[in-house]
Design a protein around this ligand. Structure first.
Ligand SMILES: *Cc1c(COP(=O)(O)O)cnc(C)c1O
Length: 794
């Protein structure tokens, strides 16, 4: 693909000249963007037509979030043109890496769930499978995070304003989506027909983005919907419900809540908007008989946010295609499958029946009927109260979206072995017994193209030089590195690259944050959303203890460590925001102490996002994965670190368990309670943090210091945290695991004294990380759930 280097330079210069000879990086960025765009468009169109004509089954991945990260570099890599362009631009006096930084990343997601969707799109296209994304084109992506006096302050991010070169507005495919209205039934000869009257319409306009697969792959489509005023006549008395302002709100901003159920009317509108537009576009552009739907289309719903797809597909099949209930139900439940992402109670979506009935009367009626029929099936069996509760779609005035999604899908999966077991044995035990073959596991993955080849080209080159390039197509081949884990020269090269990546990160931090970090210190990194269960609090309490020890014990002079944090809190999540403040307060004190700063450095990177992650992960020595066991469904950050040769310091939770299995516990730092212990404590309520505070003088001291205001500037910022840890019952078992966590850090220090052995452990991690490529995950989904075949290449 692309031109030769000379041709590229000529064409690039010609276009620059058209831009009045302006040679700034910004112009170079736009020129390059256009060139990539044109390169992609022609192939993309051909591919779309080929997909239409082939009649092969297509997958549609519905997700309320896609956290894509920057795309220019990814596209150049996947086109196989990165090196050529980098060299050509270099000869013209530009640095490609610097040009890439000018792209504003489309932050259309909060964290893991949205990033997973993005990794999946990359794997689908690179494996040559016909799988397309459907989402919302939020005008404002995730907020930008600033720290003001140590507190998180949010400002809106307008990613679209910066201009995205790779999207195409498709007015020809715009649709009108009905909200509100009333249902009307008419009895006809063939049966009862229902239709929605007096609906208020919203126009859904698709913006398509090409998803370019790596060499030999295909080009798929990410279709993002934008809400606009409809030209349909609106009912006089209801039209104001979807005036220009109300309409625009639907795709105005991403909900900035991660793992919190934000049961708001606008959120419900967004969910329905996504489901209805996506399903309609699938059906209206089809070239097969509607009865063949399950053979031609697979719809995967990423968590419950798109679960209204179930009743919406039913509605369209019955009301528009005039199929009867049984036929429509059979087609729906052979087409849709569902991925569960959480068992956290506060993240389980429930919609008030009252709200649904008002906003989506026909859809609500169908949900009632799904519930009624499902109830009839099991009512004859004598179930206990618990089972009835767990099998009810509608319960106490709410619709439980997870149950609706399970009942309406042919397959339901968890995202790591442990998570799927917990789903099957506890959270959804009754549903699993009722549908014995529906539940299965698909452990998450990450695209090694972005997270290793893209973020760490130096390490990638080293790997290829030693084991050949096969691992790029087949990441399981990374296992070949296992033979090099004792090879001195290889380990030395690895160490040199780790040092280099630390320097790159330091340089990045100096530019972005004005912070200077010691490249010889241990880089201990904790980056992810700030959340109680992810336990950033435990990390910072430990740092506090270290500080105290350095201050009080002049013999304790440990090897220098830099503790790096990054992550955003949901704006409404008070506890998480107090944790951010505490980390910043501790950082301020530790970093300014003349003695402590020689041993400890705390850096909280502002506005954590994909771009920062790509700098931070390759530089890490230690990957902090310390969630309360049973709470983190999978995690994917843990996989990115492992693949870049960082050692996991983690609990037996989510995919950590599989990481430890793959690499061996001797090549990681494992600590803390098991998920069984956590769940037993939760069940019998016997955990009392006061016992620990009474028994452990170090912990008692830490709590006393927090209470005394020693770790807050001005008012007692830490009071809320203290209450959560004491009277609050410490729901995330921070104090319970803290001592073990501190001991484990001592083991880390001891291990780091042996650099060669340490590097060997890192290399064993890289060697074992191949199974965490999302190519493996997608292959499994394709074989077990979707039944896709490779698109023909021309
Ligand atoms: C991978 C990733 C996440 C998910 O991290 P976890 O540690 O799995 O929670 C969140 N945000 C960004 C920007 C990521 O790249």
């Amino acid at each position: 693909m692309f031109y030769s280097k000379e041709q590229f330079k000529e064409e690039f210069n010609r276009r620059l000249a058209v831009e009045n000879g302006d040679k700034t990086e910004s112009t170079a960025y736009h020129v390059l963007g256009k060139m990539v765009c044109e390169e992609v468009m022609l192939e993309w169109e051909k591919q779309q037509i080929a997909n239409q004509n082939s009649g092969d089954k297509q997958l549609y991945y519905l997700s309320i979030e896609f956290l894509l990260g920057r795309l220019l570099g990814q596209n150049l890599h996947n086109l196989g043109a990165y090196n050529l362009v980098e060299e050509a631009l270099g000869e013209l006096g530009y640095k490609l890496a610097e040009i890439e930084e000018l792209e504003q990343e489309p932050g259309l997601g909060n964290g893991g769930l949205g990033r997973l969707a993005a990794c999946f799109l990359d794997s689908l296209a690179s494996l040559g499978l016909p799988g397309h994304g459907c989402g919302i084109r939020y005008r404002g992506g995730l907020f930008t995070q600033h720290f003001v006096k140590g507190f998180q302050v949010e400002t809106p991010t307008d990613w679209i304003k910066e201009g995205q070169s790779l999207e195409v507005r498709r007015d020809d495919l715009a649709l009108d989506i009905p909200f509100y209205g009333e249902t009307h039934m008419t009895v006809e000869e063939e049966g009862v027909r229902t239709e929605l009257k007096n609906a208020v319409w919203v126009k859904a306009v698709p913006y398509d983005m090409p998803i370019v697969g790596a060499q030999g792959g295909t080009i798929n489509t990410l279709r993002l919907w934008q809400a606009e005023m409809s030209e349909q006549p609106q009912p006089a008395e209801l039209g104001h419900l979807m005036n220009e302002l109300e309409t625009a709100k639907i795709s105005d901003r991403l909900y900035p809540d991660d793992a919190l159920d934000s049961g708001k009317l606008l959120r419900l509108k967004q969910q329905y908007f996504l489901c209805s537009a996506s399903i309609r576009t699938i059906l209206e552009t089809r070239n097969f008989d509607i009865e063949e739907l399950p053979e031609k289309v697979a719809i995967q719903i990423n968590d419950t946010h798109p679960a209204l797809s179930v009743p919406e597909l039913m509605r369209i099949l019955m009301d528009d295609y005039e199929l009867d209930w049984d036929k429509a139900w059979s087609l729906t439940t052979r087409t849709i499958s569902y991925t569960n992402h959480t068992i956290l109670e506060e993240a389980m979506e429930k919609w008030e029946s009252r709200l649904l009935r008002q906003l989506l009367p026909r859809v609500y009626q169908i949900i009632e009927e799904i519930d009624r029929r499902f109830r009839m099936e099991w009512e004859s069996k004598e179930l206990d109260e618990q089972a009835v509760h767990k099998l009810s779609i509608m319960d106490e005035g709410v619709v439980k979206m997870a149950v609706l999604a399970v009942v309406g899908s042919y397959k339901v999966n968890g995202v790591a072995k442990l998570h799927t077991e917990i789903l099957k044995k506890r959270e959804m035990k009754e549903l699993n017994e009722y549908f014995p073959h529906k539940f299965h596991n698909k452990t998450n993955g990450i695209t090694h193209r972005r997270w290793l080849l893209g973020a760490n080209p130096e390490l990638s080159t080293l790997i290829t030089e030693n084991i050949g390039p096969e691992w790029i197509q087949q990441p399981a081949q990374l296992s070949e590195l296992g033979y090099l884990a004792d090879s001195r020269p290889f380990l030395e090269s690895f160490q040199a690259i780790k040092k280099l990546k630390k320097e790159h990160l330091i340089h990045h931090l100096e530019r972005a944050h004005n912070t200077i970090v010691d490249p010889d210190s241990i880089f201990d990194i904790h980056i992810k959303r700030i959340h109680g269960y992810k336990r950033q609090l435990m990390n910072i309490l430990h740092v506090q203890q270290l500080y105290k020890r350095i201050k009080s014990d002049s013999n304790y002079r440990p090897y220098p460590r830099t503790f790096l944090f990054g992550g955003k809190s949901a704006p409404s999540y008070h506890f998480a925001k107090q944790v951010i403040k505490l980390i910043n307060t501790v950082a301020e004190r530790v970093n300014n102490d003349p003695i402590a700063r020689r041993h400890l450095h705390v850096v909280f990177v502002e506005d954590y996002n994909v771009g920062h992650a790509q700098y931070m992960i390759p530089a890490a020595d230690i990957s902090e994965q310390i969630s309360t066991a049973s709470k983190e469904a999978s995690g994917t950050g843990n996989m990115k670190f492992m693949m870049n040769g960082a050692l996991t310091l983690g609990t037996y939770d989510g995919a950590n368990v599989e990481i430890f299995d793959a690499v061996g516990e001797e090549n990681a730092f494992v600590f803390g309670m098991s998920s069984e212990e956590v769940m037993r404590f939760e069940h019998d309520g016997s955990y009392d943090p006061k016992d620990i505070i009474d028994r452990d003088p170090l912990i008692r001291e830490a709590i006393e210091e927090l209470s005394s205001g020693e770790w807050s500037d001005g008012p007692h910022h830490a009071d809320f945290i203290v209450r959560q840890l004491t009277e609050g019952g410490d729901p995330f078992f921070v104090l319970k695991d803290l001592a073990d966590y501190a001991r484990t850090h001592e083991r880390v220090l001891a291990a780091y004294e042996h650099p060669v052995e340490w590097a060997g452990m890192c290399v064993r991690n890289i060697a074992a990380s191949g199974i965490f490529s999302s190519d493996r995950t997608i292959q499994q989904y394709s074989e077990d759930v979707w039944g896709l075949s490779k698109v023909p290449t021309n």
